[in-house]
Design a protein around this ligand. Structure first.
Ligand code: HBZ
Length: 787
């Protein structure tokens, strides 16, 4: 990059888009001018990539969510010009940080599933894999969380209200999407996905719904302006908002419309390009030679009948042939074993949204049943496989029949899919099933967000090759017994903790001590993730410190954060509980130099970038068997935190790689929980264990105030006093409490041996290489996509 030229074009852009003199421009102006300048810089390479890959085999990642976060810093890092641009800006007296903070997160996802898609985009480009992302351009991303009087209050997230510096509207590639009762235009917005210092620019294409005709002039001419506007709104409604439920299927018509909308537009896009670029010898049999579609969970599965529809209805291909082509084109990833997340659509809703797709699904189901009957299976034996049963379309079954690959996202998770969730399918077609343990991009989650550690690693390894091949971190192990290195590690962590403390003071109004242990749990709020186990433990610890102020105890700051789905009462109760515990403890001068509790407001990607580098302890405490993988656990590990975790998801692989002795494993294993499932009685634990009783009773003792919301009663009930046929403590919080508490005591003791701790921290960093999404995406490319 030519520095002078960059500066020149930046100032030019700034003045052109604002019509202001430089001194009069605002942070917003300066931010958007910088986006423009960077987009100009990558334009050529982006076009080159598009042209070069026209006729190559590509992978298409279909996902209803891409949780991208901010792009400015990450793009500069990937272009290799982060430091230079910062310098250029400071030369003209612009503070980079304030421009950076102007950018709203692109929060087009709920949590792990959406963030994984974004990490995959980064890694695919970095590995020079031709992967295209297809998704939805929601006008409103995931709601903004405010905390009022300890309660979560949701606000809108109109993230592009000031503009969108990172997308190009490609009007000419618009598609028409037809619903039974409505026809809309799908307009693509393309975001560049930059590889790390390698000139590869892939595309994330997000579709926005607009009225087919901007204005219906018949209404207009009849002075029915409201009708005309109504139609416009009805079209725009489709991509107006991201549904905020994670791990919970959403059964509304509008949700299926969203899914069909982006899948139909994407399939049409692929087919029309195929016809355009391959037309001289067009053979649809070859379609699957050039396209492989990875389905990110059940949300995009409607793309399967849509491809058949386009092939059969619009291109005159015979049904059976279309089915064969389709079967070779799709692959399916599952992200959860929670039954409440598995999508099924009532026949009526499907008929209302996409009747032709329902027709096709029905035919696929009939063929399947026929095939099974010919094999001699009884009606009953066929039941678990049916795509349609009791007038419900079971999306996972549709995907499994019609895909060449089915994968889980961590070893244990894939095993559970085989043994349990999809066991019938596994018996029938074992060859389809495979594991792809998740990963995270080290560019965003270390190089960008933890500059100090990143520079330190480069210095120690004598090169920055590790940014391209994260397994190179292993070489850091040669410093395991080097005191100076270990002290430096502690120093870097301390600096990061000071920065976080400053940020938390500014944003949460709570002052925390950077010399205390930073124990962090950030993720969506869900019972299976057991934030309430964390909170019950804090309550009990607080009481112990009150009773015994001279107790040997290393000061600890417990930090929690995450959003609850707006309709998930119990998750919201957990948030209220966290805030109430924080209020009581932080205001109690007898203890607040020893423990503090912070519930960070509006946890999101850009907040995570500040939290992961500053953690000593990473809380990964889900009920064994329930967290498919987790990816936050990897972000903490890569930044040198020790995992306090159950034997679940990718925690297991973290323990395997970094050594269980360098982390803190606790709690029951899946096999044990399966065994005791029917006989489990949490009351036994409650009556036998004083600490448990103390913590649970506090929910109702009056010491904590839920402002008559009955929220704490709800948590109490779900643990030991189940209502209306519910099972008590389904997530085994009380069962695991004692072990959790003891493990915390161990942590608290061991933390004061600062060098031994640093050694463990280094062990984790050095062995985090496996968890790069570069590794994951290469496995998809090799085993499934054959790219
Ligand atoms: O996917 C998460 C898993 O819980 C987590 O363990 C894993 O690491 C991550 C990436 O594989 N699953 C989700 O985030 N699931 C959803 O977000 C979701 C959203 C809407 C739904 C269902 C699931 O209808």
């Amino acid at each position: 990059m030519n520095k002078n030229k960059f500066m020149e074009s930046y100032i030019e852009n700034l003045q052109r888009i604002t019509l202001k003199n430089f001194a009069e421009t605002s942070d917003k102006d300066r931010y958007f001018a910088l986006c423009d300048t960077i987009m100009e810089l990558i334009n050529q390479e982006w076009r080159n990539c598009k042209n070069r890959t026209r006729r190559s085999r590509k992978a298409y990642y279909f996902s209803a969510e891409f949780l991208v976060g901010r792009s400015l810093g990450n793009n500069l890092i990937n272009l290799g010009i982060y430091d230079e641009v910062k310098e250029i800006l400071s030369e003209i007296d612009i503070d980079f940080e304030s421009i950076e903070n102007f950018e709203d997160d692109a929060a087009l996802g709920n949590g792990g599933l959406g963030r994984l898609a974004a990490c995959f985009m980064d890694s695919a480009a970095t590995q020079k894999l031709d992967m295209y992302g297809y998704g939805v351009r929601y006008r409103e991303g995931l709601f903004k969380q405010k905390i009022e009087n300890g309660f979560q209050v949701e606000g809108g997230d109109h993230w592009i209200k000031d503009g969108d510096g990172w997308s190009i509207r490609v009007e000419s590639d618009s598609k028409i999407v037809k619903f039974r009762d409505q026809t809309v235009k799908a307009v693509p917005y393309d975001m560049p996905m930059l590889g790390f210092e390698n000139e590869q620019v892939n595309t994330l294409r997000l579709w926005q719904a607009e009225p087919f005709e901007e204005f219906d002039f018949s209404y207009f001419n009849n002075f029915q302006y409201d009708k005309a506007v109504e139609e416009k709104n009805r079209a725009e409604d489709i991509t107006r908002v991201l549904y905020p439920n994670d791990m919970q299927r959403e059964g509304r018509v509008l949700r299926l419309k969203q899914q069909y909308f982006f899948c139909s537009a994407s399939i049409q896009d692929m087919v029309s390009k195929y016809k355009r670029y391959f037309d001289h010898d067009l053979q649809f049999e070859d379609f699957s030679k050039y396209h492989i579609i990875q389905l990110n969970d059940t949300h995009p599965i409607i793309a399967i009948p849509e491809l058949i529809r386009v092939l059969v209805d619009e291109n005159g291909i015979e049904f059976e042939r279309a089915v064969e082509i389709t079967k070779n084109t799709f692959a399916f990833t599952n992200h959860t074993v929670l039954q409440e997340a598995l999508e099924s659509w009532p026949k009526d809703i499907m008929l209302e949204v996409c009747p032709r797709c329902f027709d096709i699904i029905k035919k696929l189901n009939e063929n399947l049943v026929k095939e099974f009957k010919e094999k001699g299976l009884s009606e009953e034996a066929i039941d678990p496989y049916r795509i349609i049963r009791f007038d419900q379309v079971r999306m996972a079954n549709l995907a499994i029949v019609m895909s060449k690959s089915v994968n889980g996202v961590a070893k244990l998770h894939t095993q559970i899919l085989k043994d349990d969730t999809f066991k019938n399918w596994y018996k029938l077609m074992p060859e389809k099933f495979n594991n792809k343990t998740n990963g995270i991009t080290p560019r965003r989650w270390l190089v960008y967000s933890n500059i100090k550690l990143s520079n330190f690693i480069t210095e120690k390894l004598g090169s920055d090759d590790w940014k391209y091949d994260l397994t190179k971190l292993k070489d850091l192990e040669k410093y395991l017994d080097d005191e100076k290195t270990l002290e430096e590690i502690n120093q870097i962590k301390f600096e990061n903790k000071k920065e976080l403390a400053k940020y938390i003071l500014e944003n949460e109004g709570i002052s925390i001590n950077p010399n205390s242990i930073f124990d962090i749990q950030v993720k969506r709020i869900h019972e299976y993730k057991r934030q309430h186990l964390n909170l019950l433990h804090i309550i009990n610890l607080y009481h112990k410190l009150k009773k015994n102020p001279d107790m040997d105890f290393y000061p600890t700051t417990f930090i929690l954060g995450g959003k609850a789905a707006p309709g998930y009462f119990r998750a919201k109760a957990i948030i209220k509980l966290a805030n109430e515990i924080a209020r009581v403890i932080n205001n109690d001068e007898e203890v607040n130099d020893k423990i503090k509790v912070v519930f960070v407001n509006n946890y999101r990607v850009s907040y995570g970038e500040k939290l992961f580098p500053a953690a000593d302890i990473s809380e990964q405490i889900s009920t064994a068997g329930k967290e498919a993988s987790g990816t936050g656990n990897m972000k903490f590990m890569l930044n040198g935190a020790l995992t306090l975790g159950t034997y679940d998801g990718a925690n297991i692989e973290i323990f395997e790689n970094a050594g269980v002795e360098n982390n803190y494993l606790f709690g029951a294993k899946v096999e044990e929980l399966n065994e005791i499932y029917d006989s489990y009685n949490p009351k036994e634990f409650y009556y036998k264990n004083e600490d448990i009783k103390d913590a649970v009773d506090t929910l109702l003792s009056g010491e904590l105030n839920d402002n008559d919301s009955y929220m704490f009663l709800d948590i109490y009930n779900c643990l030991i006093n189940p209502q209306g046929g519910e099972k008590a403590d389904t997530y085994f919080v009380l069962k695991d409490f004692e072990d959790y508490k003891k493990t915390h005591e161990k942590i608290n003791k061991e933390y004061s041996d600062r060098l031994t701790w640093a050694r463990k921290s280094l062990k984790n960093i050095a062995n985090a290489g496996y968890f790069s999404s570069d590794r994951t995406i290469l496995e998809y490319a090799k085993d499934i996509w054959k790219l």
